[in-house]
Design a protein around this ligand. Structure first.
Ligand SMILES: Cc1cc2nc3c(=O)[nH]c(=O)nc-3n(C[C@H](O)[C@H](O)[C@H](O)COP(=O)(O)OP(=O)(O)OC[C@H]3O[C@@H](n4cnc5c(N)ncnc54)[C@H](O)[C@@H]3O)c2cc1C
Length: 296
């Protein structure tokens, strides 16, 4: 019997495993190696690792956590999960069964790319989701923002930290006149048409074309595509979710606890704001929550 099974061994899961390993707890980490930022050539805004390729960053983190003798790392997909505190069972796609006292769900979310030529090829390069992660490198270039929800209207105000040239592509959505006037007063160019294609050279974009033929020259396009949890294990466990502007997240309590005793969660799956640092922080917290619950 393991103390904790961690499902998802990326930034959140490794942080949780490290915390538990250093408390000498027996941990099994299951992972399929598909960290969400694998499309980007470099990770940014992470102390000590600014500019490190994500694969290199995670390989080093995995190596360090796997060196602890109480950590078992399994490169496999968790397929089914069931049970209760002190008796959880996880079965992998390879037919392995792991039993543990607690669970930490850290399997992240998957971005669903819109069917627009050039989008998937440029994702993580110059079609990006977060200015703090990848905005510095494209400062002062013309930026576009692809509207996806009312939250998008906050983007141009934030982006003014990096560039004065901002275009909002409404992609066929309507916004109220008051919002339109506020943005226009700030110098934001607004295009109502639907996005038809993204022009790029190996992921470096030069602009976009709208369905009405309008061309908008751009050096970066911000986009927040819909996403979904990367597994359905929370459904198998009957955990509640709540909506975010682009998908769903698990409904969470304190210290990484879900409402179901013995089940903890961390990372993008549990938050509306996504970053490596936030994920690692929540992984550590979930580990503390799980550890505390085993000490009573
Ligand atoms: C293109 C892009 C670039 C980004 N760049 C940055 C950046 O520069 N700086 C920054 O701070 N943030 C960045 N982010 C955000 C950052 O990538 C995420 O916040 C972070 O990866 C979330 O970590 P996580 O551990 O929650 O999930 P993930 O990194 O998504 O990892 C989830 C892990 O679970 C595994 N998994 C899934 N299902 C199962 C299963 N059933 N069984 C076993 N394993 C499973 C996956 O293979 C994966 O390894 C970027 C995001 C994107 C989309």
């Amino acid at each position: 019997m393991q103390d904790v099974t961690i499902i998802g061994g990326s930034f959140a899961g490794i942080a949780a495993a490290m915390q538990l390993a250093r408390a000498r707890r027996r941990v099994t980490v299951l992972d399929t190696g598909l960290n969400r930022n694998r499309y980007a050539s470099h990770a940014h805004n992470v102390i000590g690792q600014d500019g490190t390729p994500p694969g290199e960053f995670l390989a080093r983190a995995r190596e360090q956590v796997r060196a602890y003798p109480s950590v078992t790392w399994v490169d496999a997909r968790a397929e089914t999960v069931s049970g209760e505190p002190d008796a959880f069972t996880v079965k992998t796609a390879d037919g392995e069964t792991i039993e543990s006292r607690r669970l930490i769900l850290s399997y992240g979310i998957t971005d669903i790319f819109p069917d627009v030529p050039g989008f998937s090829e440029s994702w993580g390069k110059t079609v990006i989701h977060c200015p703090f992660c990848h905005g510095y490198e494209v400062s002062e270039k013309p930026w576009g923002l692809l509207y996806s929800s009312p939250m998008s209207l906050h983007g141009p105000v934030l982006y003014a930290n990096w560039t004065e040239d901002i275009s909002l592509i409404l992609d066929g959505h309507a916004i109220i006149d008051e919002e339109r006037h506020k943005l226009e007063k700030r110098g934001v160019k607004i295009f109502d048409g639907k996005l038809a294609s993204i022009e790029h050279d190996r992921g470096t974009i030069s602009g976009v074309t709208l369905a009405d033929g309008t061309k908008v020259p751009l050096g970066a396009l911000y986009a927040h595509p819909q996403n979904r949890p990367s597994a359905n294990l929370h459904e198998q466990l009957g955990l509640d979710t709540k909506p975010t502007p682009t998908g769903i997240m698990l409904a969470m309590g304190d210290m990484g606890a879900t409402p179901r005793p013995g089940i903890y969660a961390a990372g993008d799956l549990t938050m509306g704001m996504h970053s490596i640092t936030f994920s690692a922080n929540s992984g550590s917290l979930a580990a503390m929550g799980a550890l505390n619950s085993m000490m009573v």
